[in-house]
Every structure is written in structure tokens, then in C-alpha cells.
Design a binder for this molecule. Sequence first.
Ligand SMILES: [Zn+2]
Length: 370
Amino acid sequence: MKKPACWTVFLCLLYASISWTTQAETRPRNVILMIGDGMGLAQVTMARLSKGTSTALRMDAMKVAALVFTHSANSLITDSAAAGTALASGFKANNGMISVLPDGKVVETFLEAAQKRRKSVGLVTTTTITHATPASFGAHVSSRAGEADIAPQYLEKKIDVLLGGGRAFFLPKSAGGSKREDSRDLLQEARAAGYAVVDTREGMTAVRQGKLLGLFQMSYLTTEAPEPSLAEMTGKALELLSPDKDGFFLMVEGGQIDSRCHAQDAAGAIKQTLDFDVAIGKALEFARKDGRTLVIVTADHETGGLTLIAPEAGSKEKIRPNWGTKDHSGINVPLLADGPGAVQFQGVMDNTEIPRKLAVLWRLAGFAAR
Ligand SMILES: [Zn+2]
């Protein structure tokens, strides 16, 4: 009789360990959401072809793919504010609104929900840190133009890592180049609240722990040296956020694919997409070592109505970019996912489903309740 009992215990332990492992594999501790602003499939294809016909991008290695609807509450053609709100809160807003609904209701963002779970949080972008996409995660304003009102909200929320441009919105109006209309010195307020405040790549590199506010330009980043690259900012954010035993949420925006496509600048769009891809590589490298991190790459919308057509006779180009508009288009955008829980993100979905699915993975009861 002793042997069967022994085997029963063994089988129970085996079952428990398998189910624990499965659970660990399907529920990420950390989430990295990477948003290519304006990045449609043509932008990705154009960037890939710029490296040679047989070259893969880092994002091409991601295991799961989906298509995402991007329309806003009041338009088939969304802007970054309404799309950011959908990606951050799980609700449709009107164009221009930052995590506030058309009826004025303020909605909880995934970043805020992560903080409730005691997770560390970060926002990284190549535009102003107060621009529509990061703002949708860390602030609530009825108009995206209120960047001066968005900046102090980040500090009130104690967002752990903030890296990008837009220093002008943190300086008092007496300072040259300030875009504030009051005398608040948010850089000083951040220091007083325990942040390391830096404005150079070297300054950023030297910070090894704690909260970090790095603003490397008054407005958008140049995305050229001596600034830190998007990948370097992503790496620093991961270094500072990952020691949190409760996990972290990090949003990284490739923010200038959009502006280059508004300008119908194919070379610029390629550069911005490739920079974003290197940052994606950084996130994937971290996630594969860590094993508990879900990485999602998507876009808020496509910009430029870009198609890729045959080059002119005699041209050395592989393909010719053909712009359909100087504005955003209404086409679906791609989504790529990798890591525990990635399988939840396959198929065709609305952009509001993305944070809702993340909330299910993190068991955030009540998030985006209608
Ligand atoms: Zn745009």
C-alpha cells in the first residue's frame, strides 16, 4: 500500500508543478507596449526593403500577428489622441481627447491600473513626452494641445521613468523657450520628488536606479547623436523598471514615423521605422532572457496612405513609395506579440481590445468596465 501512496504524492506534485509552470507561461509579469505612430504595413515593408530584399527586421521574429481597427468615436480616421486613449483605456474617444470620453468621463488607463498593482511604470518616446500617445497613458485632458497641463500630471502620478523630448513644457514661463504659462518649474519639482533629472545621453547612462526624468530637447528629439537613441532609452527604462518584484508596464513610442509620413518623406520614415525596430529588438532581447515579459508592437494608425509600387523604368529603386494623403488613413494596422500571453492577441480586433486583453492577463478586475 505504501508504493501507490508515494506515487500519488509524486503525481500530485508533478501536476501542481506543470499547472504552475503553465500559468507562469501564460500570464506575463511585465508588459512592454510599443507603438509605432503612423506605422502601417507599407512603412514596415519599405523599411525592411531598404536593408535588402532578403533582410528581416527584428520585429519579424515575433510569434503572433493580428490586425487592428483604429477608428475613433467620431471619425473613421483617428488621430493619435483618440487611438492612444483606445490603447490606454479600452474606450473610444473623439479625436483630440486624452483618456477623457466624449461625455467628459475620465477613464482609468492601463498605466494607472498597473500602478494600483504596485507595478513600476514608464513612458518613452521620440516626440515630446507630453505628446498624444504617451499622454493617453499618463494623463487626462480634453484636448491634446494641453501639453503644459499633461506634464504635471506625470509627476503627480509618480511615473517611474519618463524619457523623450518636450523640456519646454516643464520650464517656468520666465525660462527661455518655455511653453508654460505659469511659473511652475517642473524639473525642480521632479528633483524635489526624488527624480534624477537629466538632459544628456551621458546623464541618462549614469542613472542606475530610482525614478528618472530625461528630457533631451525642448520639443521633439532630433533622433540623432548626441541624444540617446530610442533603443538606448528603452534599455535604460528596462534597467530601471525591471528590479520591481511586482513587475512593470512600459510604453515605448516610435513617435516620428508619423511626422515623416505627414511630410511624405520616405527616407525619414524608413529611418524612424528602423530606429523603432532596433528598440523592439532591445525589448525582445530583454523579454527572452526574462521569460515573464509580454511584448506587443502595434500602431495607433497609418499615416500617408502609403503604397509601394513599381519603380520608374531605369530607376535603381526596388520600389517607389506612393503617398495617398498628407494625413492619416483609415486602414487596419498590424499588431505583433511575443512572450507569455501573446496567443491572446491573434486575429482581427478593435484597438480597444488590446488593453482589455492585457487587463485579463493581469486579472485587473473592473478595468474598462462599461
Ligand atoms: Zn499624425
